[in-house]
Ligand binder design. Structure first.
Ligand SMILES: Nc1ncnc2c1ncn2[C@@H]1O[C@H](COP(=O)(O)OP(=O)(O)OP(=O)(O)O)[C@@H](O)[C@H]1O
Ligand SMILES: [Mg+2]
Length: 1001
């Protein structure tokens, strides 16, 4: 209760006219009311010149008393300003006295217009006010006790109050500390211990600075052990730009969320900025980088600021370049918190950044709970152990003044976990006799149980959004609570150190962060299922509104909340029409996010999101069916065969049941596609038949995407059959369809297959080079397409004898591949550079190239490219005369090569035949060489055919069969000629003219 009266107002009426008095009093009442309301109080009524106000009605907070004393001081300050005006205009000054008293009051129901507050506290407050001399603020005993931690007071003479037998003790208020110290709960303690860990981090940091390199270091430790705090304290001690990204516990889906936070932070982007503004913010940071616009483009796509199919590799590249751009101005520390929740794709990004970035000081400081090790066992890790007993004791002393017994109970219970320490201390401060809960979770729940109902309600609603939440969201979930009460409750939660103010990502909104996510989890656990359903849905609606046009970045989050809403509803057995609506909306967002993940090649995330979407659509078979072919495909690329098989089988059956021709055909094509590569029982010809039938149906339905798929299936079947001409036709058609359908991801795959066929197939070298150059242009900006196609151009240039160009090209490929971190593409590169050196006649260089590739492929655990690499290595060694080694590689190739891996099957046979022939085992040699040539003869891959015949010719020459030798070599010549393979054509001509050269060629 606050009473304030004008002690110098009498006589005012005599000196001034009524009009002026009225003006003065209105000015005075207005200012006083504003001062009271500013501190969360409510003016009850004006009694004559007196103001009666209450704090904590209708809703009480821990710090009502503090608010009231602040308001009282504020009123005094206002009055000084008012008096200056009054003096000037009317020649009067007002003086007021204020009385404050805390206690139970009976409040009327405001909604029924009852505003009166009655009770002892009211009377005593009024008495204190009367006793106060002008300018004095008097507090009663209970108020004093509530504010003594922030207020400075002076004991004055007790006063008599009506109905009180004892005089009432009174205190004069002198000052109130400003700032956050009003907390009744101890604020976070000083940092204790961790000297060793600081040392270790500093050592890593100075290594990064002196060697100007990028290093990854993760701090591991259980929840609440102090990882985030350690990182925060560490950052204060170093001179570096610090950026911070936190992984969200939403489970699968939001791969690049931490990257988005980092980029937005560094570029100063806020959530309500327009897409345009956000993009130019990123570009501005990269202005001095020659590749700046490209980096900005890819990042904008990764963040969902623009549509586009930047691949995961491109995104990793752009992220690295972005950090490097920041590091040009000085060391950068990238703090990556809660990595145990990171998506695989993001962990890959971190790894590749650490591996590929060099020359600039970047420290990737990860923080994670120990389970991260399950995913990345080899990461350099610093274990954060519990605090030593002495350190924990120090922390307790730091936090509160406890008696010895309580202190040791707290230390023993907390087990060296500083968060547990903090919570235990807070609990015993609030309730000294408290039986200490055994676990942190129980403690947190108990703590929340002791909150005032309004605070409890709001902290639960806040927990719905997550570790960081917005006031706007809490408001949207609380139409049953008034704005000022929300402010007051959030302030109280902050004062109780449960939440802390955080940087808001929406202008005009305020945000908070739970001091620790465990508090958030405990609050969330407290929400009843039924309420959860509503809250998640309302949150999604709020978010949708709040993000405006930038919805793409938030699809996963929207999907997640609606999904949670639906799951809570069904858990209660409420699968009504509304629930289905929610499920449908959730599925829509998740599917859209899944498609975006698919578009950038993040297949694990895509499969996860699409699966969740499909699972929500159990109740809506037609929409579920729409997703299944895509889900199947994502699973296939993510290496989940079982998942793919299940999705596609269901799709085929379901489409038949629903009579959806388009989806039935699409599912069948997709299913055949998958089986083509995984099921040896599938006949390639059958696959082609399925695809041809599909072509007819899609043409009828005018479905370009479907047509693209069907053509691609035909192309792939012909690739397995090594029928280049048909393959070229099919992929050319597929390309046209993807272009018309505007499907860049699909187009990327088609382009890579086309490059493959121009290299191997019957297209003559000159034209093949032109076509490959077209492909590089079409795949513009896609690193993997660029590198793999240029490698083929290099090989083709070598075929026409331009070795310098070829070498320059493959070296350039290697540089770009390294720059983009294209591991698999790089490992396959020697399968082009090796043959180039072979053709150039530099056998040592060929060996060097191929051996590098061999090791890289082995490290990747890849076998199909490896078997070809081994065969090429065998060829090189045979030409060097190292027959035993060569033979070993033919055996390796034979063992690793799949039956349909025609290149390996032909090459290892040809090389082994040559070895056997040189060892005099002519019959075996001839048989093998003929087998190889026979396999090649089924294809129109001209170079393979020519090479197989040349190997056979060699064997025949050593067998002394000159006629067969000539026939074979002549035939080989025709193939090389047709391909425009100048080098082998000339070589073959030479050996025909002078056969003896062949033995060493
Ligand atoms: N060495 C320390 N000295 C004093 N207080 C500490 C110390 N370490 C941590 N704390 C406090 O303990 C609480 C929990 O720490 P923090 O949030 O860093 O834990 P965490 O390991 O990041 O947990 P989580 O895995 O849940 O994120 C914080 O309030 C923090 O301020
Ligand atoms: Mg943490």
């Amino acid at each position: 209760m606050l009473f304030c009266d004008v002690s110098g107002s009498t006589g005012l009426g005599e000196r001034l006219d009524a009009e002026s008095v009225r003006e003065i009093m209105l000015g005075y009442f207005g200012e006083m009311r504003r001062a009271i309301e500013r501190h969360g109080g409510t003016v009850e009524k004006f009694i004559g010149d007196a103001v009666m106000a209450v704090f904590g009605v209708p809703v009480a907070h821990e710090d009502d008393a503090v608010r009231a004393v602040r308001a009282a001081l504020d009123m005094g300050d206002r009055l000084v300003e008012l008096n200056a005006q009054f003096d000037e205009r009317f020649g009067v000054r007002l003086a007021v006295g204020i009385g404050l008293f805390s206690g139970e009051v009976v409040a009327g129901d405001a909604s029924r217009g009852e505003a009166l507050v009655t009770g002892d506290a009211v009377n005593i407050a009024a008495r204190l006010e009367q006793a106060a001399s002008p300018g004095e603020i008097l507090l009663g005993e209970p108020t004093y006790r509530l504010v003594r931690h922030v207020a400075e007071v002076e004991r004055v003479e007790s006063i008599d109050a009506k109905g009180k037998s004892e005089p009432v003790p009174a205190y004069r208020l002198l000052s109130v500390a400003s700032g956050r110290s009003e907390s009744v709960r101890p604020a976070g303690g000083q940092m204790v211990g961790r000297t060793k860990e600081f040392g270790a981090l500093r050592a890593v940091f100075s290594d990064v600075v002196t060697h100007r390199g990028c290093r990854l270091c993760v701090v591991l430790g259980e929840a609440g052990i102090g990882k985030s705090r350690l990182a925060a304290e560490f950052q204060k001690t170093i001179a570096a730009t610090v950026v911070y990204g936190r992984c969200l516990p939403y489970g699968e889906g939001i791969t690049y969320s931490p990257l988005a936070q980092i980029v937005k932070q560094a570029a100063g982007i806020r959530d309500e900025d327009s897409v345009e503004a956000a993009r130019s913010g990123i570009s501005a940071l990269l202005a001095s980088d020659p590749q700046g616009s490209r980096i900005a483009l890819v990042l904008a796509q990764a963040l969902g600021l623009m549509a586009g199919a930047a691949s995961s590799e491109d995104i990793a590249w752009a992220a690295r370049k972005f950090l490097e751009a920041l590091a040009r101005d000085g060391p950068v520390v990238v703090c990556l918190d809660d990595l145990q929740w990171a998506e695989t794709g993001f962990l890959d990004l971190i790894e590749s950044t650490a591996a590929l970035s060099s020359g600039l000081p970047i420290l990737l400081l990860g923080l994670a709970r120990p389970e991260l090790l399950l995913q990345r066992p080899r990461w350099e890790a610093l274990r954060l152990e519990p605090l030593a007993a002495g350190e924990a004791a120090q922390l307790v002393v730091e936090l509160a003044d406890l008696d010895d017994g309580t202190r040791s109970r707290v230390i023993a219970k907390a087990g060296g976990n500083p968060f547990f320490v903090e919570e235990l201390v807070a609990a015993v401060v609030e309730e000294p006799e408290l039986e200490l809960p055994a676990t942190l979770d129980a403690l947190l729940s108990a703590r929340l149980d002791r909150l005032r109902p309004i605070e409890r309600l709001l902290i639960e609603r806040a927990a719905v959004e997550g570790e960081v939440f917005h006031r706007g969201a809490v408001e949207a979930l609380s139409d049953d609570v008034s704005g000022p009460s929300i402010t007051a409750a959030l302030d109280a939660l902050a004062a109780a150190e449960l939440v802390r103010p955080a940087q808001s990502s929406f202008a005009g909104d305020v945000s908070f962060r739970f001091r620790n996510i465990l508090i958030r989890d405990a609050a969330y656990r407290g929400i009843a299922k039924k309420v959860r359903a509503q809250l998640h849905e309302r949150f999604a609606n709020w978010l949708l509104e709040a993000v405006g046009e930038r919805v793409a970045e938030h699809e996963e989050v929207l999907g997640y909340h609606l999904e949670q809403s639906y799951r809570s509803l069904t858990a209660l057995g409420n699968a009504d029409a509304h629930a289905l609506l929610v499920a449908g909306r959730a599925a829509g967002w998740l599917a859209s996010a899944g498609r975006r993940a698919f578009g950038r090649g993040d297949m694990a995330a895509a499969a996860g999101l699409l699966r969740r979407a499909a699972s929500l659509l159990q109740v809506d078979p037609p929409r579920r069916l729409e997703l299944l072919p895509e889900l199947g495909k994502a699973c296939r690329f993510a290496g989940d065969r079982t998942g793919a098989e299940a999705a596609l089988r269901e799709a085929v059956d379901q489409a038949a049941t629903l009579g959806d021709r388009r989806l039935m055909t699409l599912s069948r094509v997709e299913h055949t596609f998958m089986r083509l590569y995984t099921d040896p029982g599938v006949e390639t010809e059958d696959a082609i038949r399925v695809a041809e039938e599909a072509l007819g149906i899609f043409a009828e339905l005018d479905d370009e995407r479907g047509l693209a798929q069907a053509w691609a299936l035909i192309g792939h079947a012909n690739w397995l059959l090594c029928r280049g001409a048909r393959m070229e036709e099919a992929f050319t058609r597929a390309l046209e369809c993807t272009q018309r359908a505007g499907d860049p991801r699909e187009q990327g795959w088609v382009l890579r297959m086309l490059a493959l066929v121009y290299y191997h197939g019957p297209t003559p070298v000159e034209r093949a080079i032109e076509r490959c150059e077209d492909i590089v242009r079409l795949g513009q900006g896609h690193g993997a397409i660029e590198v793999s196609t240029r490698a083929k151009i290099a090989g083709l240039e070598a075929m026409r004898g331009r070795f310098d160009i070829a070498r320059e090209l493959y070296l350039q490929c290697r540089k770009v591949g390294e720059e983009f971190g294209l591991g698999p593409v790089l490992a396959a590169l020697p399968n082009y550079s090796g043959p180039i050196e072979l053709l150039a006649g530099d056998l040592d260089a060929a060996e060097r190239e191929l051996r590098t590739g061999f090791e890289a492929l082995q490290a990747l655990g890849e076998t199909s490219t490896l078997s070809t690499n081994a065969a090429l290595l065998a060829r090189t060694l045979e030409l060097q005369g190292r027959l035993d080694e060569a033979e070993r590689f033919t055996i390796l190739s034979e063992q690793k090569a799949a039956a349909d891996d025609v290149a390996s099957q032909i090459t290892w046979r040809g090389v082994r035949a040559r070895i056997l022939a040189r060892r005099g085992r002519l019959e075996e040699a001839q048989r093998l060489a003929r087998d190889g040539a026979g396999i090649a003869a089924r294809t129109d891959f001209l170079v393979w055919r020519g090479e197989a015949l040349l190997d056979l010719a060699q064997v025949l020459w050593l067998s002394g069969d000159a006629a067969a030798f000539s026939a074979s070599a002549e035939e080989a010549l025709r193939f090389f000629d047709a391909k425009g393979h100048v080098v082998l054509r000339d070589l073959t001509r030479a050996v025909i003219a002078k056969p003896v050269a062949l033995g060493t060629a």
